[in-house]
Ligand binder design. Structure first.
Ligand code: ADP
Ligand code: MG
Length: 757
């Protein structure tokens, strides 16, 4: 088989050397750490969870391969390898060697492969259906005729005709079952197709024998019907699966191929250029109805953009000069001139896609458990049908074979291994549409099972859009000078406080007092040298360490309720205090209330001062909060709340600032605003500015877990009722075929209920 497959490979794959070329790799490979690279591939030929297992085992054994994950539902693979030890072309060759094809992932290719799969499945289905009807026509007279009405030679002729018609059904339509079963047996493992192939093969051969020798029963009608129903079931399942996956793919396809670039801004002439050729700094024109091809800032025009694909927010967002626009959003008002800031792989959309791919290529533990159960199940099944066959042989030898076949067929655990991946795939897509990006396989399960939600305050429960409300200065300190020093210290800082004080985004030469050697302390503040002397801005404790005494009364009292106070000080001297206000994030209160009605505990852990945290906690109705925590304190607090792993804690925080505590929790949710999205390591990233999206996300995750349970329950219940019936001889092989197909289909349909639209 591998030989003929290799011939069928597209020209570009035969020349696998191309895959090691850096330019070629640019679109689907990225560097991760020292010499390590990670590629996103799509595998053709994956038909069951056993194939997934096989590919993973085979590739993981190659020296230099660090990790591989294949997703059954999406057929996507993520491979990570050490480029110094093994090349990508060698990995691809290894995959080819076991009879699959791997391509660099791109949405179009994935669609093509889907189409090809559909077409070949339809042909096999057609042949099986045609064969089945013909065979039925020949079998019917035999069933209807009374004893002795049909002469032996006519009956023999009918049998031969049926035999001839069944051959294409078994050799063409049912071929994939045999191929996969054979592959499994060669690798000494039991897949879903082993019992099916055994059943079809045994029934067909026994019937051929009966036809040739002219004695015994023939089952050609059962064989063709069984193959037909089985293919029907698989075909429908494939359609449903492809539909579920399409949502994820859509994201890759939104970016247009060409764009209009101003030859020279602000001259109004435009040229049409491929989007791939656009560079940061180019000014482009985006007409109404068009998709913005990359991230940038509006330089001219007033319009509205639909960003629903990126944030889940379907209301249009106003855009005017100075507004940021994101690649993938749709301009819906009037033409816009946009100066590009990030293109290609550094755009926000590319980062989102990367995170989604990571989720799609990881297998949650739930699925792995189901797969393990399934392979034991098959073994038990084979033993059971052998025993059944032996018993029937002594009771009624004439029926032994078809009872045996029915047992094999009726209980194939397809539904069992589909139950979880189908539900998770559909749910991941629906969540993304809400603006809740799941980036890890276990996130949905953990989100629904979390018994406690821990929130960070600044930038999480609040918007992090701070405004300077009040400033106090120590006696003898010029207020304007103090503010200048504060701003200079905060130059280039990503913290909301920096923006609130009006600090420049990047470190610029000139202006303000010169600060040297800025160092930022997460959860504390910033230190720098002013004329060679250290000066700090930050919370009372952090600045107090440098000053060496307590905050004087005149600076310490807050005038604005709930404001965040930051201090400025140098050795032996407090200089000033700044009070900044923030606003609650929309939906925060809703989310907290929702969690509390579900009896999920809510905690706020913040690095901010007591007063500011207490004010937010009161507004939200949260009793459990702690203030003045360092990142290490937050980490320890979460560890304690987890109670040795007994309590599943979800942490919601700021993706970049709160990285350690996010990593500590069983499931982490990070705010996805800002440009640091690609650095985000959280399990779930919230792209929607509104916390209500997370609330809906949690509800959906809960429903997903419920659907998964229903599916598993159904799959088990089906098998446990169907098997005894088949063993008792009450199920014919074609009924078994319908039963098995229907049970898989039901599972997929149930999963599709999780679709949002
Ligand atoms: P939260 O836990 O509420 O999100 P952070 O951990 O980000 O807050 O910060 C905790 C406190 O540390 C802030 O309230 C502030 O007082 C101080 N701080 C942190 N970073 C800075 C900074 N860049 N400038 C000034 N103060 C800072
Ligand atoms: Mg924060």
């Amino acid at each position: 088989m591998p030989e003929s497959r290799r011939e069928a490979l597209p020209a570009e794959l035969q020349e696998v050397g191309l895959f090691d070329h850096v330019d070629f790799q640019r679109s689907f490979v990225r560097s991760v750490g020292e010499g390590e690279r990670e590629a996103s591939l799509i595998l053709e030929g994956i038909t069951c969870s056993a194939c997934v297992w096989l590919n993973e085992q085979h590739v993981a054994r190659l020296p230099g391969v660090k990790a591989i994950d294949v997703n059954y539902a999406t057929r996507r693979a993520r491979v990570r390898w050490d480029d110094g030890v093994v090349r990508l072309s060698e990995i691809l060759a290894a995959i080819q060697a076991i009879g699959y094809r791997a391509y660099p992932y791109d949405a179009e290719r994935s669609e093509q492969i889907g189409q090809r799969e559909r077409r070949s499945a339809l042909w096999r289905l057609f042949v099986a259906g045609f064969g089945m009807m013909q065979v039925m026509m020949y079998a019917l007279p035999g069933y209807l005729a009374k004893d002795g009405e049909m002469t032996a030679d006519i009956a023999g002729l009918m049998r031969w005709a049926s035999l001839v018609l069944t051959i294409p059904v078994v050799t063409y339509s049912a071929a994939p079952f045999f191929q996969r079963a054979w592959r499994d047996i060669k690798l000494r493992r039991l897949g879903m197709d082993v019992p099916v192939a055994l059943g079809v093969g045994a029934a067909f051969l026994a019937s051929c024998w009966a036809t040739v020798t002219g004695g015994g029963e023939v089952y050609f009608d059962s064989v063709t019907m069984f193959v037909f129903f089985l293919l029907c079931g698989r075909f429908l399942e494939m359609l449903a699966r492809q539909r579920a996956v399409r949502g994820v793919e859509e994201l890759g396809k939104v970016i247009p191929a060409v764009s209009e670039r101003y030859l020279q801004w602000p001259q109004s002439e435009c040229e049409r250029v491929p989007v791939m050729k656009l560079l940061a700094g180019d000014v482009i024109r985006v007409r109404p109805g068009e998709v913005v091809p990359a991230d940038g800032v509006v330089v001219e025009g007033q319009s509205e953009a639909n960003e629903s694909l990126l944030t889940g927010e379907s209301r249009p967002v106003a855009k005017g000069p100075g507004s940021e626009v994101t690649g993938g959003s749709i301009n819906i008002g009037s033409p816009l001139a946009i100066r590009l800031e990030r293109v290609g792989e550094s755009t926000r959309l590319a980062a989102i896609r990367l995170l989604m791919e990571r989720a799609a290529s990881e297998r949650p533990r739930l699925v792995e458990a189901a797969d393990r159960v399934a392979s034991w199940f098959i073994l038990a099944l084979l033993v059971l049908s052998a025993i059944t066959g032996a018993i029937w042989l002594s009771v009624d030898p004439g029926r032994a074979l078809w009872v045996c076949v029915s047992v094999l067929v009726v209980s194939c655990p397809c539904a069992l291994s589909l139950a979880t991946p189908a539900a998770l795939t559909v749910a991941t897509d629906s969540l993304a549409r809400l603006g809740v990006l799941v980036t890890r396989g276990h996130a949905i399960e953990a989100l629904s099972g979390a018994r406690r939600f821990v929130f960070d305050k600044t930038g999480t429960l609040t918007m992090g859009l701070m405004a300077l409300a009040d400033q106090r200065s120590a006696p003898g300190v010029e207020p304007a000078w103090a503010l200048q020093v504060a701003r200079s210290l905060e130059e280039g800082s990503e913290h909301a406080i920096a923006a609130g004080l009006g600090a420049p985004v990047s470190v610029v030469k000139g202006g303000g007092p010169a600060i040297q050697q800025r160092r930022s302390f997460t959860g504390g503040g910033v230190e720098g040298l002013l004329d060679g002397k250290p000066v700090r801005i930050g919370n009372a404790q952090f600045v107090g360490e440098l000053v060496g005494c307590r905050v004087p009364e005149s600076l310490g009292t807050t005038s604005t309720a709930g404001a965040t106070t930051v201090f400025l000080g140098m050795k032996g001297q407090w200089l000033a205090a700044f009070q900044l206000t923030d606003t609650l994030r929309p939906g925060s209160a809703d989310l907290v209330a929702f969690l509390q009605t579900r009896h999920v505990a809510v905690t706020i852990l913040s690095g901010d001062g007591e007063a500011a945290v207490a004010a937010v906690a009161k507004d939200l109705g949260v009793n459990d909060f702690a203030a003045g925590l360092s990142p290490q304190d937050k980490h320890d607090a979460v560890t304690k709340l987890q109670d040795g792993g007994q309590c599943v804690v979800a942490m919601v925080g700021d993706g970049v600032n709160d990285a350690p505590v996010l990593a500590r929790a069983q499931v982490s949710v990070a705010m996805g605003g800002g440009t640091a999205l690609a650095r985000n390591q959280a399990d779930v990233v919230l792209l929607n500015e509104d916390m209500r999206a997370l609330k809906r996300g949690i509800a959906l995750a809960t429903r997903t877990v419920a659907v998964t349970r229903q599916n598993l329950w159904w799959a088990f219940a089906y098998n446990f009722t169907a098997i005894p019936l088949a063993m008792a001889g009450w199920v014919t092989p074609w009924m078994a075929g319908i039963g098995m197909s229907a049970s898989s289909l039901l599972v997929v349909m149930n999963a599709l209920r999780l679709r949002s639209r």
